[in-house]
Design a protein around this ligand. Structure first.
Ligand code: BGP
Length: 472
């Protein structure tokens, strides 16, 4: 639909930005922090930096929050490292780790920035992984205990909680992002059992949050893409629906409705990959209901009906955003209408509007975008970073949010990835997303100086006008 007049962004819209603990903090083994599966993972290619220092936010958080305040952020979405709070995942609480997040949250609140906290962003404690990780039901109990500690500690300060970041990407692309830990290439049967356990952990955490913190709001945070059929052939439409069910709706239906999506369940059981469901599990899933849906959006995916052979597969695939294809299930297709970024991710701002409309239509829960952004090889030249390509990317996505608001979609915030440069999941510091440049390379830490990019000033103006400078 084309509108003559667009609705305004809500006056309390949460203009934000995102990071995650292991990608930004560094200090990987300081002040009692235990190792996570990310710290022990070997998923990075040769020559790509590790996460030990990252952007050194652990030591520079005050300076960073000062920059976020200057940027005008209304919200900051970050994650808490489970291994700072409980170094081995389910043992003793590490008071120094607890204190760090109090300091960070207090600093944000002092600047009027709403903290949006992800409880678990890929960094499962390695000690839990050594004992079987998500394959074991004891990890569910460990997560719920961790959640209780977070609610008790920070519940009076934090209103918005996100349970598990991109559970669907951990299941579908765990190797690329380094979250598979010890289980490495576990068979799908095991992976989908782990998935089931994460759903139970999430549901129990949501129920606990509502019990302990009636004022707080909590939701899941999957990575969601709209799936397009390659053509209007009915077979392609069926393939698109099938892949949508397995990639997206499985995760959303479990979180919101507490039940397995029938197409996804059919996919699992036909392959013998369905998880074992114990007595009481369905009640637990049913009892955990979110207050909103947070989702990360980078792209859309296009698929066709399976040809039944290896031509279903797209060889450039292999990470979170590039559709891979599955022989006998769906065929990966390159969408010829969309440009790609330097890393092969298709760029589709209109797809964001479609995705928001579909989510709103299906679940009628308030939405917040907790990641969206452009990874690029930024360059620092004479103390400036001219990232007009990022401004263009963000502007075109925010325009679509504006349209979706006019469509009647309920959305309360936008937190692009990232507030400040950090280490990519598997492509190091060279793939940058931030509004603030961090001066370091893969192998040279330099001074880690912070430099405001051109996009910083652009977003600052946009926030201060509550979106009205979008189309001057
Ligand atoms: C999401 C993750 C983030 C992040 C982002 C960009 O999947 O939630 O942690 O890194 O993607 O991905 P990448 O770092 O691979 O470019």
């Amino acid at each position: 639909m084309k509108f003559k007049t667009l609705k305004d962004f809500p006056s309390d819209f949460l203009w934000g930005a995102s990071t995650s603990a292991y990608q930004v903090e560094g200090a990987w083994n300081e002040d009692g922090k235990g190792p996570s599966v990310i710290d022990t993972s070997m998923h990075r290619p040769e020559g790509v930096t590790d996460f030990t220092v990252a952007s050194d936010h652990y030591h520079r958080y005050a300076e960073d929050v000062e920059l976020f305040s200057e940027l005008g952020l209304k919200a900051y979405r970050f994650s808490i490292a489970w291994t700072r709070i409980i170094p081995d995942g389910d043992g003793q609480v590490n008071e120094a780790g607890v204190a760090f997040y109090h300091r960070l949250i207090d600093e944000l609140l002092a600047k009027g920035i709403e903290p949006i906290v992800t409880m678990y962003h890929f960094d499962l404690p390695a000690a839990l992984d050594d004992r079987g990780g998500w394959s074991e039901r004891s990890t569910i109990d460990a997560f719920v205990r961790y959640a209780r500690i977070l609610f008790d500690e920070y519940g009076s300060k934090v209103r918005y909680w996100l349970t598990i970041n991109e559970q669907n990407m951990m299941i579908l692309h765990g190797r690329a992002i380094g979250t598979t830990g010890r289980s490495g290439d576990a068979p799908e049967k095991v992976i989908y059992q782990q998935n089931h356990h994460m759903f139970l952990a999430q549901a129990r955490a949501m129920a606990l949050c509502h019990d302990l913190l009636p004022e707080a709001k909590i939701g899941p945070a999957p990575n969601i893409v709209s799936v397009y059929p390659a053509t209007c052939s009915p077979e392609d439409v069926i393939a698109a629906d099938d892949w949508d069910a397995v990639r997206n709706l499985l995760y959303l239906d479990l979180a919101v409705r507490g039940s397995y999506h029938p197409l996804a369940w059919g996919y699992l059981s036909e392959r013998g990959w369905e998880p074992e469901i114990l007595d009481g599990d369905l009640e637990v899933l049913e009892a955990g209901r979110p207050d909103f849906i947070a989702f990360n959006y980078y792209s859309t995916q296009t698929v066709g009906a399976s040809t039944g052979d290896s031509s279903d597969l797209q060889l450039r695939g292999g990470d979170q955003q590039i559709v891979r294809g599955e022989v006998g299930f769906y065929r990966a297709v390159k969408n010829e209408h969309l440009p790609t970024n330097a890393f092969g991710w298709e760029i589709d701002p209109v797809g964001l509007r479609t995705t928001m409309r579909r989510l709103w239509d299906r679940y009628r829960l308030p939405l917040i975008i907790t990641e969206n952004g452009l990874g690029a090889f930024d360059e620092l030249v004479d103390g400036r970073v001219h990232d007009d390509y990022r401004i263009d990317y963000l502007r075109r996505h925010i325009e679509q949010i504006h349209l979706a608001i006019s469509d009647g979609v309920g959305i309360f915030g936008y937190c692009p990835w990232t507030a400040i440069d950090l280490i990519s999941t598997h492509q190091g510091i060279s793939k940058r997303y931030g509004f603030v440049f961090v001066d370091r390379t893969e192998d040279e830490l330099r001074e880690l100086a912070r430099v405001k990019k051109d996009s910083f000033f652009w977003y600052q103006e946009l926030i201060s006008s509550n979106g009205s400078t979008l189309n001057p």
